[in-house]
Design a binder for this molecule. Sequence first.
Ligand SMILES: *Cc1c(COP(=O)(O)O)cnc(C)c1O
Length: 219
Amino acid sequence: MSESLAEVYRLVGAAAREVHRDPREVRVVVVTKTQPVERLEDVLQAGHRIFGENRVQEAKNKWPRLRQVYPDLELHLVGPLQTNKVKEALKLFDVIETLDRPRLAQILGSESVKSGCSLRCFIQVNSGEEAQKSGILPREFESFFQFCRKDCGLNVIGVMCIPPMDEEPALHFALLTDLARRFGLPEISMGMSADFQLAVRLGATYVRIGTKIFGEREK
Ligand SMILES: *Cc1c(COP(=O)(O)O)cnc(C)c1O
């Protein structure tokens, strides 16, 4: 497993250098959903510290104990967040990548003020305008971004997208990078096992990788 992690690092570095980017600008979020804690040890031992989970409950069962051993962890939520789980999410995660609707922004804002935590958020963009997918439509991005910052007081530092399954991802990656540039956002989370090298060439600062490190997940 740490070998496949090393391979991912190598491919990320090569893709970055191809477009004259500093490879250190790109970080790997190792997505550990469905993986039991035993399978994470290798990656942690290898020194990796940035992880992603898609469910609050699953993260709660796995990460608090690991955080005691590895206090420098950076845990990202990469799945949808229900408003009744916000309080718990604030205790568990350093970064919410899936800020995707006004009601969630309001509750995240008020709860993070209450708990005094400096949560970092990425706005999830529904770049393919898919009906079943969460995220903000590109044309609504500006007003949502201002709402999050000014009305909710959220620390929005980036954007995230999951391109449609059946489309060329490059267009979606380019759209996301363009949004980040226009609004001065430093972080761009895009690219998964199948397309992370392309995402790095098009500007990703975080890629989210599960399968390429752990193998296919059990259904
Ligand atoms: C599961 C998941 C990933 C990782 O996908 P792989 O194809 O296994 O690398 C990345 N991002 C999100 C949002 C996910 O849910």
